[in-house]
Design a protein around this ligand. Sequence first.
Ligand SMILES: NC(=O)c1ccc[n+]([C@@H]2O[C@H](COP(=O)([O-])OP(=O)(O)OC[C@H]3O[C@@H](n4cnc5c(N)ncnc54)[C@H](OP(=O)(O)O)[C@@H]3O)[C@@H](O)[C@H]2O)c1
Length: 339
Amino acid sequence: VRSFSVAVIGATGAVGQEILRLLLVRRFPLKELRLFASAKSRGRRIRFGSEELPVREVSKQALEGVDFVLLSAGKERAKVYAPEAVREGAVVIDNSSAFRYEPEVPLIVPEVNLGDLDKHQGIVANPNCTTALLAVALWPLHKSARVRRLIVATYQAASGAGARGLEELHRQVGAYVRGLPPETQVFRHPIAFNVFSHDSPISSDGFNEEERKVALELRKIFHEPDLGVCATCVRVPVFRAHSEAVVVETERKLSVEEARRLLAQAPGVRLVDDPKTNTFPMPVHASGRLEVLVGRLREDPSHPSSLAFFLCGDQLLKGAAWNAVQILEHLAGILPQKS
Ligand SMILES: NC(=O)c1ccc[n+]([C@@H]2O[C@H](COP(=O)([O-])OP(=O)(O)OC[C@H]3O[C@@H](n4cnc5c(N)ncnc54)[C@H](OP(=O)(O)O)[C@@H]3O)[C@@H](O)[C@H]2O)c1
């Protein structure tokens, strides 16, 4: 079996840590694993199976001979490191938004548009977490009945803002219990026991950056430039796993039963839809899982061919690390095993 030299840039981060866990549990054939982070992490060592690997700073020399780079260190770093790694002969899978909208860069959700992977020129983009989860659930419905328009409201976990976002929620919950005021460092507003509009720049049309990403990325992944998307992205005090309330208008009317059947067979989806016991997707169940949980399927009474549903997915896994590792497995020619 061929083995590969892999670099993880951002190995100390929330996504990077999940990538390392997945490389291990998926038994990715590694010839060598190189870990990178910022200067702040110099000297740190990270356990990988039975080994303790050093964390290094990125340099041209340090990337020499690497086959694949899993880049998870933000947009500005990606713009610098990805071209460097490609020049060194590596294929880069980037988790940031730096290249997602470049026409020559494939934006991949393996359950949806794996065919686009062939056209890569060294860089493959991983979608935004909210988009990836939504794409997995939406695709089987789209394939069968063509989604024309969708309205989505999100409930996004604190860890969507990285390891520091997660720590901030922990810290603020602790402060609240001790009767202390919340200290805000990562989020502009208190995250503990609060709900606020996604804290990303708002453009002149009134949508924030996260909401624009959902629309742009879904259109690119689905090859549907005219897909109508209206998103409202909101941060909630959940540690891990994003939720999304979705209403889709389809060209052909889909009954709840048909949609349920399609979703039950769809790769990457787990149907959690039991009205009798009020059991539907929840972040506590989605956390740590590779699949997107989908449920609360019902016909939208306000429109003749519209369906409503709810989903939860681990945004650190399917929304980031797992999607990237799936792409890596495909690029490496390893058949994805059933998880
Ligand atoms: N969190 C999510 O749910 C999620 C989902 C989808 C996509 N993403 C994307 O994934 C990327 C990583 O997100 P995250 O949530 O893992 O963030 P994070 O927890 O803040 O981790 C950021 C990582 O980048 C490293 N880094 C910072 N500056 C660096 C530099 N100059 N050189 C090399 N490494 C550097 C950090 O190292 P130090 O520890 O040394 O600072 C850390 O390992 C981002 O592009 C984000 O937009 C995140």
